[in-house]
Design a binder for this molecule. Structure first.
Ligand SMILES: Cc1cc2nc3c(=O)[nH]c(=O)nc-3n(C[C@H](O)[C@H](O)[C@H](O)COP(=O)(O)OP(=O)(O)OC[C@H]3O[C@@H](n4cnc5c(N)ncnc54)[C@H](O)[C@@H]3O)c2cc1C
Ligand code: FES
Length: 294
């Protein structure tokens, strides 16, 4: 059965995840407190699709003992075209990310993935608007490239037809804008808003969304969003009013990443009108925004 159309059913669950040590190949600064780490993980790179994530921990450490989830930023090929590595981008905020920032190429981390459902490959839309706040831009480089038809992920051979892809990216201040060049060189129409006016529009990222939806009025549109929950809730409201489908990628704290501990649950509306807890790590992180009980 093809499951590509539904974000709630991805072809790759934790059963297909790899686990093990991965050599750090690069760890480069992108912005203030923000780094891109490249790890050697060929089997993961072959399977992972945009919107899925990997768990990362430092081998042998007990503080933190648990891994942390990071979205796929992109996969990397060698000069022969073979998939060899996975990139993720992290904002330094707590114990693990502080330790990651000190990690040097040649050292190893432990990583497991791909995990979660990911974004749908077949979207039946002409215009994709991605809305990110904070560190929520990380899943959108690979997804934008896939939807523009310039890259294929996860054993997929057929590529999506080219379409208009916009990223509305809100940051607190210019110094935190991470990966601008990556998005622009991928052909993604990047529009930035900042709280302090130091870069892009002085205002909220949702203002950029409203404009983007108005521009593409009449076209088949899809909105995807990732970032702080109040922002995603507002994005969902705007889309609901505009009659545009919206998918949200939740960043709920996780302990295992593989469906065992139930530390990552979110309230998701059910067909009978009630809601139920769903595990963000296996039934998400991507959910239909209208089903999320914020
Ligand atoms: C599917 C998924 C994908 C993610 N992708 C990325 C990514 O690409 N890049 C990135 O930088 N981060 C990402 N995150 C968030 C990241 O996993 C957490 O911020 C992680 O806790 C950082 O680990 P740490 O040990 O440095 O901080 P911790 O010590 O775990 O936490 C530091 C502080 O942040 C708070 N916190 C922890 N997790 C969260 C959370 N999810 N939301 C809000 N506050 C939190 C803690 O309460 C604490 O105050 C993702 C989360 C999920 C679920
Ligand atoms: S993180 Fe353990 S069930 Fe989701």
């Amino acid at each position: 059965m093809s499951t590509a159309c539904s974000p709630l059913h991805a072809p790759f669950y934790a059963d297909h995840a790899t686990f093990g040590p991965a050599e750090v190949l690069e760890n480069v600064r992108l912005a203030e407190r923000t780094f891109r780490m490249r790890i050697a993980a060929p089997a993961m790179a072959e399977r992972i699709i945009p919107g899925q994530f990997l768990m990362v921990r430092i081998a042998g450490w007990n503080d933190p003992l648990l891994g942390r989830p990071f979205a796929l930023y992109d996969v990397v090929r060698n000069s022969s075209g073979q998939l060899v590595a996975v990139d993720f981008v992290y904002l330094v905020g707590g114990k693990l990310t502080t330790a990651l920032a000190r990690t040097q190429p040649g050292q190893t981390v432990e990583a497991w993935g791909p995990l979660g459902n990911g974004f749908p490959r077949e979207t039946e839309c002409d215009a994709l608007v991605m809305v990110a706040g904070g560190i929520g831009q990380t899943p959108f480089l690979a997804y934008g490239k896939q939807q523009l038809g310039s890259a294929a992920y996860g054993l997929a051979t057929a590529e999506s037809p080219p379409k208009k892809v916009i990223l509305c990216y809100g940051v607190r201040t210019a110094a935190l804008l991470a990966g601008e060049q990556d998005f622009r060189s991928a052909g993604i129409d990047l529009r930035v808003a900042s709280d302090d006016g130091s870069v892009g529009r002085h205002g909220l990222v949702t203002e950029l969304l409203t404009e983007a939806l108005a521009e593409a009025h009449g076209a088949r549109q899809l909105v995807v969003t990732c970032g702080p929950e109040p922002m995603m809730e507002r994005v969902a409201e705007i889309c609901n009013t505009a009659g545009v489908r919206c998918l949200a990628s939740l960043e709920t704290p996780m302990a295992c990443g593989i469906g065992i501990c139930f530390s990552c649950v979110a309230k998701i509306a059910q067909p009978d009108g009630d809601w139920d807890y769903k595990r963000t790590c296996v039934e998400g992180p991507v959910f239909d925004a209208e089903k999320i009980v914020w």
